[in-house]
Design a protein around this ligand. Structure first.
Ligand code: PGA
Length: 244
């Protein structure tokens, strides 16, 4: 299966970063990457980036969102954006259930499931994040936590072509501490044990240009979700190159 490389810019980026996008596009073309590259900038840059991709006939890089509301369509939800609106804006991918939103915005598994449902119904591909905290890992609860998150946040009816899963141990996000390859393989196997072998599974957490090739070679890893390193075009392009 083609690997997927997703960049999550989080709350970073200004309009000058059209130059970052331009450099990324030039580099992935020069590298002749065949993997799927998705860049998720903040709301303020979504349509600007989408227009750049469309106006320059770029097919190697796609633009995704970092979140959507759990309600489909429209409504009185100040500050929120629905998957319907993202689809209308020409956005095809959306991250849901990132640990920073689960922790910082009180997103429960039920809310994440509703977001994934809304995204799929709107024709988007949700990239749904799960992962254990350091305390949960140290308490030997990783398998239970992953099973609970997966069972609670993936719509029962979702098929493997409708949803991508990202395994992101919370303790590896933004810390520079990547799990060992054995730990990642174990995490992938735990996820596959719950959802089946068909879903594409990404690994996320301190992925860099230097460690990407090794992480992408781990059994079960179908791609990577990249935070900090995706802010640098050369680093993110190198990660995409490592994905094939
Ligand atoms: P990081 O973030 O690559 O900066 O660790 C990953 C993520 O939060 O998706």
């Amino acid at each position: 299966m083609t690997k997927m490389v997703v960049g999550n810019w989080k709350m970073n980026g200004t309009r000058q970063d059209i130059d970052t996008l331009r450099t990324l596009c030039v580099m992935v073309r020069a590298y002749k990457v065949t993997c799927e590259v998705v860049l998720c900038p903040p709301w303020t840059l979504l349509t600007r980036f989408r227009d750049f991709i469309a106006d320059n006939n770029i097919t190697l890089v796609r633009i995704g969102a970092q979140d959507c509301h759990d309600t489909r369509g429209f409504g009185a939800f100040t500050g929120d954006v629905s998957a319907t609106m993202l689809g209308d804006a020409g956005i095809g991918h959306v991250i849901v259930g990132h640990s920073e939103r689960r922790a910082g915005h009180g997103e429960t598994d039920a809310i994440v499931r509703a977001k994934a449902e809304a995204a799929i119904m709107a024709g988007l591909l949700p990239i749904l994040c799960v992962g254990e905290s350091l305390a949960e890992r140290q308490a030997g609860q990783t398998a239970d936590v992953l099973a609970r998150q997966l069972q609670g946040s993936i719509p029962d009816w979702a098929t493997a072509d409708q949803l991508v899963i990202a395994y992101e141990p919370i303790w590896a996000i933004g810390t520079g501490k990547t799990p060992t390859e054995a730990e990642i393989a174990e995490g992938m196997a735990l996820v596959a044990g719950v959802v089946g072998a068909d879903f594409r599974l990404l690994y996320g957490g301190s992925v860099t240009a230097a460690n990407a090739a090794g992480l992408l070679a781990v059994a079960g890893v179908g791609g990577v979700l990249v935070g900090g390193a995706s802010l640098n075009a050369a680093d993110f392009a190198a990660i995409a190159r490592a994905a094939g």
